[in-house]
Design a protein around this ligand. Structure first.
Ligand SMILES: NC(=O)C1=CN([C@@H]2O[C@H](COP(=O)(O)OP(=O)(O)OC[C@H]3O[C@@H](n4cnc5c(N)ncnc54)[C@H](O)[C@@H]3O)[C@@H](O)[C@H]2O)C=CC1
Ligand SMILES: O=C(O)CCC(=O)C(=O)O
Length: 410
């Protein structure tokens, strides 16, 4: 019999949701994983529970909510792949406590978002959305009013991470002055200038673009008081998360013409698939660019994300590596040819490693290699042993107090 490198691949089910790019399925098949179920939409409720109930790996984008309740009904779930940047749709801590690492694609769609925002800055400052809408209704208003060059204007970026910095660099190429606000101390690229407070940024920019993650601190971070601090006639762009902007406050500011326009790609409530209607009080404003959460939806980004995230899931499945997991101790492991690899995930309490080593020593199991990493809630130990000792070793591991789960790679 050939030595097996991983659990029987034919028994492992991958569930890929929300129209993940076919490059993901292709990469899985090339590695010998053929049990792949795909859906184009984001299932909810009973449909989600049914689909995830017998899945070993699940892939999703920004819409599917993996709450503690959903995770509790996914007993076989081994790892989660977010085929996007944001991971707010998954209860990361609940996943970690169940021994489930979560992976994402931290920068495969960064450039796509940055390019969209750059285009929107030009469109908004030229008042193109409104002009475009008038022509679609067979009107004709040839006028330079409310139409400005971007050169010399100030772009304010809130959240100066991967996307924010890319946009800053690109905007400077157009002659814009760039200022930014971030809760972390960040290296300013080009001539960008950090602002000491959000208020400083709000008061100083002609266009403000949001690039923060969804957290409790960013919930409604742009509401009526913040919009009031923005310059009259300025524009707001949100391609981060729908919860970051208070939509009613934005509506009020557009109605009062305090803002010249806005571009919104993300919404507090989004349709779960392309066959569901989109409802928002913003639809009646000609001066608002509305896009269906496609900041990262380019052919290039999606194809790259498909391969990137699946590669992380495959590596975890085949070899136990958790490099770049967002909720889990990170371990980058060498191959284990000639040995049998055991993965032990436990509650991060004192003494687990000592107990493992004691048990192995008493059972006469020789440890060929051992790796340990911990995070707040979870400890992750990887142990390579001779194949002949693997079943005994697995039994020993499984009975250790604090064990969340253990797995064997052949
Ligand atoms: N519309 C779309 O299709 C896409 C949306 N996104 C969203 O964009 C967000 C940002 O993406 P990246 O730039 O890659 O993330 P990142 O993690 O590289 O940057 C986020 C930045 O925001 C800062 N930040 C966090 N909380 C803050 C706060 N309260 N105030 C000010 N700054 C704060 C962080 O320190 C960090 O520098 C993602 O979390 C995701 O939600 C990402 C990709 C596509
Ligand atoms: O492409 C998607 O489905 C979501 C993109 C996004 O919001 C992200 O990458 O965080």
């Amino acid at each position: 019999m050939q030595p097996r490198l991983s659990l029987d691949k034919d028994k492992l089910k991958f569930l890929l949701l929300e129209g993940i790019h076919p490059s993901a399925v292709e990469a899985l098949k090339q590695d010998g994983y053929h049990q792949v179920e795909t859906h184009t939409h984001a299932p909810i409720g009973a449909e989600l529970i049914k689909a995830i109930g017998n899945a070993h790996f699940v892939g999703l984008r920004s819409r599917t909510r993996l709450t503690e309740e959903v995770l509790s009904q996914a007993p076989k779930l081994t790892a989660i792949g977010c085929f996007c940047i944001g991971t707010n749709q998954v209860d990361l801590r609940a996943a970690a406590r169940r021994g489930i690492p979560v992976f994402n694609a931290p920068f495969s769609n960064t450039r796509s978002v940055a390019e969209l925002v750059l285009g929107e800055i030009i469109m908004l400052l030229r008042n193109i959305p409104e002009k475009n809408a008038i022509l679609h209704r067979e009107g004709w208003v040839k006028s330079a009013s409310n139409s400005y060059e971007v050169r010399g204007k100030t772009l304010g970026i809130i959240g100066y991470g991967h996307i924010g910095t890319q946009i800053g660099v690109l905007a400077e190429q157009l002659g814009m002055a760039v200022i930014f606000y971030d809760i972390e101390n960040k290296l300013a690229l080009g001539n960008a200038r950090p602002m000491h407070s959000l208020v400083d940024l709000l008061e100083s920019a002609d266009v403000i673009s949001l690039h923060v993650p969804e957290t409790s601190a960013t919930q409604n971070m742009i509401a009526a008081p913040q919009i009031a601090q923005m310059r009259r006639g300025s524009c707001l762009i949100n391609a981060s998360r729908g919860t970051v902007v208070d939509i009613q406050a934005l509506v009020d500011a557009l109605e009062s013409h305090h803002l010249q326009g806005a571009a919104v790609d993300v919404f507090p409530a989004e349709p779960k698939g392309n066959d569901e209607p989109f409802k928002s009080p913003l639809v009646r404003f000609d001066n608002v660019i509305l896009t269906p959460h496609i900041g990262g939806s380019t052919a290039e980004a999606q194809a790259n994300i498909g391969v990137e995230v699946v590669t992380k899931l495959i590596r975890y499945s085949n070899n136990g590596s958790t490099t770049s997991a967002v909720n889990f101790p990170e371990v980058s492991l060498p191959e284990h040819s000639g040995k049998c690899r055991l993965l032990h995930i436990h509650r991060n309490v004192p003494g687990v490693l000592a107990r493992i080593n004691e048990r192995f020593s008493q059972a006469g199991i020789n440890i060929a290699a051992q790796y340990l990493q911990t995070s707040v809630d979870v400890g992750y130990v990887v142990i390579d042993v001779d194949a002949s000792a693997s079943e005994i070793a697995l039994d020993q591991l499984a009975s250790i107090e604090g064990t969340i789960r253990c797995r064997i790679l052949y």
